[in-house]
Design a binder for this molecule. Structure first.
Ligand SMILES: Nc1ncnc2c1ncn2[C@@H]1O[C@H](COP(=O)(O)OP(=O)(O)OP(=O)(O)O)[C@@H](O)[C@H]1O
Ligand SMILES: [Mg+2]
Length: 280
């Protein structure tokens, strides 16, 4: 696949954090150890892996929030690893993020209207134009139009996550990094927020890099899935393939860790896994 077909291409990315202390005690932590993946226009790539596997670090590296030690990150044909702060600011039109925690990701002292206007005004829209766009954004994420005058604390977690999604959408990005966007929400709310993300993708053609530790969630929203383990992608493929017929032993163990409503099914799955593992 040529780079032109990819909106985002990460190749052989290494990210490390410096150790604390001096000399030999300052051993660095290698978090990403040669990650390669690609996201096509209009596609959702699910990134799944256990806690500490490097999912958030990968998202942060793409957003330029942590430096790459080596490797490349290419967005719409342009190398963006090592982009200048000035280029980063303009890149944020195309590259946005939704974080896990809707309680800390919104400024508590700004009304929803001000939060959503901020990026629009920064783009040079007039106050009146921004107001109109904010109304459209609220409608798009199914929040009542009077939400604009309210503060984050007057909303539920699920509603705040809708605001965070609206903010990410405000200036028409091409890719949104969603880092566990529904993990802090209850199951019913998770479903409605995931459906909203799908609906937005259908309407706008935006791509998602969708990070989660939950295979069921990832499967629901993704076209393709990449499985990360200890800073390495161990398996990539069609979402249904990877989640139903995982090839890598680590993906299978993730699948086992996922809760299943049916206790008997869970037991059968676990026994089959143990048998296979014993057989090597
Ligand atoms: N700023 C940092 N300095 C040092 N180490 C860090 C830093 N950020 C992350 N790490 C380490 O990098 C590893 C990967 O962290 P990361 O947050 O990317 O994992 P994750 O896959 O997002 O996990 P989770 O599912 O728990 O969110 C962890 O061992 C973490 O301690
Ligand atoms: Mg994380």
């Amino acid at each position: 696949m040529s780079d032109v077909e990819n909106l985002l291409a990460v190749e052989d990315l290494h990210v490390s954090f410096p150790g604390r202390g001096r000399g030999r005690r300052a051993a660095r932590t290698d978090v990403l150890n040669g990650v390669s993946l690609a996201v096509r226009p209009g596609e959702t790539l699910g990134l799944v892996g256990g806690s500490g596997s490097g999912k958030t670090t990968l998202g942060r590296a793409i957003l330029g929030l942590v430096p790459a030690r080596s490797g490349t990150i290419t967005f719409a044909g342009e190398r963006i690893d090592g982009a200048t702060p000035r280029r980063r600011r303009t890149l944020s039109r195309d590259l946005q993020v939704v974080f896990q925690d809707p309680y800390t990701s919104l400024n508590p002292s700004l009304t929803i209207g001000d939060t959503l206007s901020e990026p629009l005004l920064a783009q040079g829209l007039s106050r009146a134009e921004a107001r109109g766009r904010v109304a459209g954004l609220l409608e798009r994420v199914h929040l009542p139009s009077d939400s604009a005058a309210r503060l984050p604390r007057e909303f539920s977690g699920g509603q705040r996550q809708r605001v965070a999604i609206a903010r990410a959408l405000a200036i028409g990005p091409r890719l949104i990094v969603c880092d566990e966007p529904v993990s802090a929400l209850d199951l019913t709310t998770q479903q409605t927020v995931l459906e909203l993300l799908l609906e937005i993708q259908e309407g706008t053609g935006v791509s998602y890099l969708f990070v989660s530790h939950d295979l069921a969630v990832v499967r629901f929203v993704s076209h393709r899935v990449a499985v990360i383990h200890q800073g390495v992608i161990v398996e990539t493929g069609d979402a249904a393939e990877v989640t139903e017929r995982p090839q890598h032993v680590y993906t299978r163990s993730l699948l086992l860790a996922a809760p299943v409503a049916d206790v008997a099914e869970q037991r059968a799955r676990r026994e089959a896994f143990e048998r296979e593992r014993a057989a090597g």
